[in-house]
Each structure stands twice: as C-alpha cells, then as structure tokens.
Design a protein around this ligand. Structure first.
Ligand code: ADP
Ligand code: MG
Length: 682
C-alpha cells in the first residue's frame, strides 16, 4: 500500500518507523511534506515577521508557490484568529474559492464549512466555527453592506490582485479606508505578477514581500501561419503530443475560452482517440470552467494513473487561480472571453478576444513548474509581438458599473467621481451607470439613494433584475418574478438537446413555448411544472431539462424569497395574469426594449443598438414587432437572448420618465394588424 502511494505520486514519503503505517497516516505525513516542499515554506517566518511589522503588505509570488493555500494557514497557526477574528481571503473566481477552501480544509484535516469555509454568490459554506474564509471578491464587497468596518476580520487577504477584476478594484478603495480606521486589521495584497510597485504606490508605499519562485526552462513554439480553427488545432496538437512523447512523462493543459468550446474539444478528443488504436496509452480528459459542478471539479487534481496522461481543458481559470500539478505541456489558443461594455449604448457583451502578452506568459509558465516544459502557442510569433497588448485592461475600464455604483451609493459614498480608484473608470461609464440607476428609480435627481434603491441593493443581482423584483411588489406577482429571476441566472443551460433524440427534445421544448409566450414565461412554466411534480428528477429527464440547473435555480429562488422578506416585499402569486408578470419584467428591463426593423433585426428605442433574436429563443421564428430582451451576446452576430414580446404602451406606462408616446409610436402598426406583419418582412 505504501509503495502504491509513493509510486503514483512520484515523491518519496518519509514514514517514521514508530508511527502506525496505516494508509491515512501516510497520507497525512505526505500532506505535511508537500506543504513544506512549497516555494513559500522557507519564507514562512520572514513573512510572519513582515505581517507583524506592517499593517499592509504586498506579496508577490509565482502561481503555485503557495500564497493562497498557505498564507492563511500560517497566520492562523501564528494566532491571528485567536481573539475571534477571521482571516478572509478573496478570489476573483467562484471555482477557485471553492477548490482552494476544499484543499485547505483537507490540509488542516477539518470538514469543509467548519473551520475552513467558502462563500460565493448564492452559496454560503461557512459556519460560526469558520476562521479561514475563502470568498469571491464580490462577496466581500457585499459584506460591507452588513459590516462596513469588517469588524469580524483580523486579516483580509485580497488575493489574485493582478487579475484586477471590477470587484477587486473596488475592494482596494474600501479596504484601504478600513485599514486607516482600524490599525488592528492586517491587509495583504497578493499577486502572481511582478508589477507590484503599482499596488505598493496605491497602498501608501506598503512594503513588497517577494517569494522567489522555482522555474524550469520552457520551450515556446509558435505556429508558422495563423490558424483558423483553434479548437481543432488544439485537439490535434494534444493528440500529437500524446502519441509522440514518452508515456506518462507529463500532462497537457489546453486553454480555451468557455464551456462550449471545452465540451466540443472534449468530445472531439474522445472520438479521435478511439481511431488511434489500442497501442496508444490512455488519455484522460478533465474539463474545468466556472459552471462545472463541484463534484466534477475535483477530478483535475486527482493524480494521473501510471502510464496514462491527463489533458486538462480549462478556461482562464487555470492561468493563475488554480495550480494543477504535473503539467508539462501547455497549448495556448491565444484567446479568452471578456466582458465588453459600450457606454454609448449601455450594452454589455461577452466577447472572445485575444489575450495579453502577460497572460500568454502566465499560461506558458504553467508548463514549467515541476520540470522543463513546452508551450505550444496557436498563433504566430509575429502576432504575439504585434497584436497582443502588454497587459489586459482592468475590468473597471471596460465594464458596466451600475452594480458597483449602486453598492457604493448604499455604503454612503456620495462623490463617486472622486472615489480613490487605483485606475479610474471612464467618466462616461460612471455617468452612464448613474443615469441607468436614476432611470430605474434607485437614485433621485441629486444622486441620492432612494427607498427603491435601498431595496434593490439588498439583492446580489444586476440592478435591472433587482428592479424587476422590487417592481413585482406593485403587480402582486413576486412569486413568479423571483422564479424567473432564478431561472434567468441559469437560463442558457435549462434545456438540452441530445444528438440522437433531437425531435423528442424539440417537442418537449415546444410544450413550454406554446402560444409564443416568450422565453421568460417559458422559463417560469418550466419551473412551475417542475415544482408541481415535487421537483422530480424523472420529470426533468422526460422533458429534456437539465436537473442540475433546476436545482441551482431552486436554491437561488429560495434565497431570493428570503431577501423579499428582508426588504418587506410580500410573496404574492399572480400566475394567471401574464400581463402583470411582463410589466414587472419591463419595469427592470425597459432600456432593453427593441423594435423590429425591416431587415428582420431589432433596434433598441433609445441609444440605438441592433441585434437579432437568438436562434434558441422561442420567438426567433415569430419576430414580434416589439420585444424586451434579457441580454445581448456577440458571437457571429449580435444576439438577444431570453426575449419576451411587449406592447409599446406598456413602456410608457411603466417608465414614463424614459419613454414618451412619440418614442413608441409605431406608424406601420396602423397599416398592418399585429402578427400579419411577419410575412411582409420575409
Ligand atoms: P498560489 O496561490 O501561490 O498560486 P496555491 O497555494 O494555490 O499557490 O497552491 C500551492 C500548491 O498547493 C500547488 O502548487 C499544488 O501543488 C497544491 N494545491 C493547491 N490546490 C490544490 C488542490 N485542490 N488539490 C491538490 N493540490 C493542490
Ligand atoms: Mg493563488
């Protein structure tokens, strides 16, 4: 048994002869040895000393050096939680918060959720016992609403600071302020890149603590010519590596942009590997992306069985947030998904965009952690030099700010234009956010938070969604609206369509879209039908509905129901009157009202933005004259996802300050009765 443990891990395990040599004690001592093997370990005492000597410390160390998993443990062992204060560690990504907490609880041999826990949106896995709390940066931001001085924390570690997410950037301003007011609070800012001076400058010249990394040489290869289909090229490269490199000499990590690509690549690999015959060693595919169910996430960390090879298919998450041991080959497609915001039109879209040079170098670095590595870039050296930006633009400069502006307003910060941002957001985007919040009724003319705004801020949702919920109070349909809000948050993964049963799946889908009710109502019908049948799993199978998504939606809905009570909105059901449900939706989403054009595309009324109804929508063949959409995504075209038909008069009724009759007058509707218009557009 001992031998097996040693063999698969490839590390010799010291087992004290006096100790019982049960499997678990071998594992335990192996865990301790592993902890001592990390690059950070020799600097433990120096680090603790630095934390003691300085209130704010910038920590820099390469990915995998042990910052995230070890530092909170060191501080805990050194007594920083003794007086009841917690150590909070923020992560930009949900998956990272969960995985890291799981790892640390394992190292400390405690149950996840007890001393070590995590908190991500709609999922709180902590208890009163929790002293090491990993959380998303967005969750810590929301904690300011309940506890503006973070009194329950003795240490805050803003981790992965180099990622510069919107929430992390806002946190910088807030924690800097709290640290001034609370000399007892320790503040650590940790980053995987070397440009720490900027953080130091911002935090009043805080000292920088560098953890020297261990790096092996990495061989970087570029393609000779640009590549059209990078998913296919990545798969081909991975299979070539697997077939030609020595068996079991190291695993492969492929960077792709999202779940869809990862699933495609995974199925191509599985299919092609069969065609390579039986002489080829086993190739295990391990996907990892934000929405991957927790029980499948752990698979990427399992040691690769002897003789086999693992290929990890990951998004950006594996760039710095998660370290996977044993990677020798990195395949970098050169792209990632980023949120882009157009302040002119107020629209946001998730785009596939080229990565930065800094990202490309981080990705390559993942191959050289435990030995010499190889990185295959699926773009040319010329493209690397000339097309890639040096650094990724901080999110705060390219995103919709409505959410954080509402939060900052709720925290009583009046003058946002002079908030202490590390990098200022564009003034135009700030003004746009204020304008939207004013239109939604969250702010008054003086920019002060209104009663509606106070209620909206309680919901961990986008302001338009929160407004839709708050408005449902008036229409007495809050029960329906929170179901819709919950379903929208899993919206694109509700229905599924297996290749061999497409007809059956389409028929099931049709059932929920009868009468062209629109996507919001269809989602409501799915939820209500599932509830009626006691949340049956069987029913989901029969209706080609993803049971996992439904369970998430149910959890979210439960929490929204709790929040309704908190803000004093009664839970009312009005399921027979779909008009009021639609009016509630429009109360939040009226800026997304769009009118059909002759070309078959749609155009929003104010701040013109065009888009097409997404083919997955129940209305994509119907093309109603007026619609409201939930989100706009840019793929090959601009697509509106989750669409509902509306009557233009409703816009004037629901948002009279935003729409006047002349905006929504529809001259052609006088000539053509509704519903007949379609033919003439085709
Ligand atoms: P950093 O934050 O500096 O990038 P981490 O503390 O996340 O480093 O990781 C340190 C090491 O801990 C990794 O190199 C890896 O060996 C190990 N590790 C971290 N998370 C896990 C996990 N979930 N499963 C197995 N090993 C892990
Ligand atoms: Mg880390």
């Amino acid at each position: 048994l001992k031998a097996a443990v040693m063999d698969t891990d490839g590390v010799s395990v010291k087992v004290d002869k006096q100790q019982p040599t049960s499997e678990s004690s071998v594992k335990k001592s192996k865990l301790n040895e592993d902890r001592k093997d990390l690059p950070i370990y020799p600097y433990k005492d120096a680090l603790l000393q630095a934390v003691q000597d300085h209130q704010v410390l910038i920590i820099v160390g390469e990915t995998g050096s042990g910052k995230t998993t070890q530092i909170p443990q060191y501080l805990h062992e050194a007594g920083y939680t003794k007086n009841g204060g917690k150590i909070g560690c923020t992560q930009p990504r949900r998956v990272a918060a969960m995985r890291v907490a799981a790892r640390v609880s394992h190292e400390m041999r405690v149950k996840l959720g007890h001393q070590v826990g995590y908190s991500i949106r709609f999922e709180d896995c902590t208890s009163e016992k929790t002293v090491l709390k990993y959380m998303t940066d967005g969750m810590l931001l929301r904690e300011f609403l309940r506890e503006p001085d973070l009194a329950s924390y003795s240490v805050i570690m803003v981790d992965e600071a180099h990622e510069r997410t919107l929430s992390t950037d806002v946190l910088f301003g807030l924690v800097k302020d709290v640290a001034r007011a609370r000399p007892d609070l320790k503040l650590l800012i940790s980053s995987a890149t070397l440009d720490a001076e900027k953080f130091s400058d911002y935090f009043d010249c805080a000292p920088i603590f560098k953890i020297p990394g261990r790096r092996f040489p990495i061989d970087i290869h570029h393609t000779k010519a640009p590549i059209a289909d990078y998913v296919d090229a990545a798969v081909v490269t991975a299979l070539q590596i697997h077939a030609t490199q020595p068996q079991g000499d190291g695993d492969i990590l492929i960077f792709l942009t999202g779940q869809e690509e990862i699933e495609t690549a995974e199925s191509i690999i599985k299919h092609r590997i069969k065609g390579l015959g039986t002489k080829i060693a086993e190739l295990i595919t391990c996907p990892i992306y934000a929405n991957l169910p927790a029980e499948l996430q752990a698979k990427i960390f399992e040691p690769t069985p002897e003789g086999a090879r693992k290929v990890v298919l990951a998004t950006n998450i594996a760039e710095t947030s998660l370290t996977i041991d044993g990677i020798k080959y990195v395949i970098d497609t050169g792209f990632c998904k980023i949120m882009c915001y157009n302040p002119r039109t107020g629209t946001e879209s998730l785009l596939v965009a080229p990565i930065s040079k800094a990202s490309a170098n981080q990705r390559a670095g993942r191959s050289g952690r435990t030995g010499p590595g190889k990185c295959f870039r699926l773009y040319t050296a010329h493209s690397y030099m000339n097309d890639l930006e040096d650094n990724t633009i901080p999110e705060i400069q390219r995103t919709n700010l409505a959410n954080v502006v509402l939060l900052l307003k709720s925290l009583g910060i009046k003058d946002l234009l002079n908030f202490d941002f590390m990098d200022r957001p564009p003034t135009e985007a700030l003004l746009k956010a204020l304008e939207l919040l004013f239109a939604l009724g969250a702010l008054d003319e003086d920019g002060k938070l209104t009663k509606v705004g106070e209620k909206m801020a309680e919901f961990p949702l986008d302001p338009m969604l929160s407004k839709m919920i708050v408005a449902s109070d008036k229409y007495k349909c809050s029960a329906e609206i929170i179901s819709i809000a919950a379903m929208l948050s899993v919206g694109n993964s509700v229905f599924y369509r297996p290749k061999d049963r497409q007809v059956q799946a389409d028929n099931a889908w049709m059932n929920f879209h009868i009468g062209n009710v629109g996507d919001h109502i269809a989602l409501l019908k799915v939820y209500n039908s599932w509830k009626e049948i006691n949340f049956s799993t069987q029913w989901c199978y029969e209706n080609y509905i993803q049971v996992r998504s439904m369970k998430i939606a149910r959890d979210i809905r439960d929490q929204l129901e709790g929040l309704l009570e908190r803000v004093g909105i009664e839970l009312n059901s009005n399921v027979n009157d779909l008009e009021v449900v639609k009016k509630s939706i429009i109360s939040g989403f009226f800026p997304h009202a769009a009118r059909l054009q002759k070309s078959g595309s749609y155009r929003t009324v104010k701040h013109p933005q065009t888009g097409h109804i997404h083919p997955s929508s129940g209305l994509s063949q119907v093309l109603p004259r007026w619609v409201v959409y939930h989100e706009l995504v840019l793929t090959t075209k601009e697509y509106m996802r989750q669409v509902t038909e509306l009557k233009p008069e409703w816009l004037v009724e629901v948002a009279p300050h935003y729409y006047q009759l002349k905006d929504v007058e529809d001259s052609s509707s006088k000539k053509m009765p509704r519903g007949i218009g379609l033919a003439s557009y085709k």
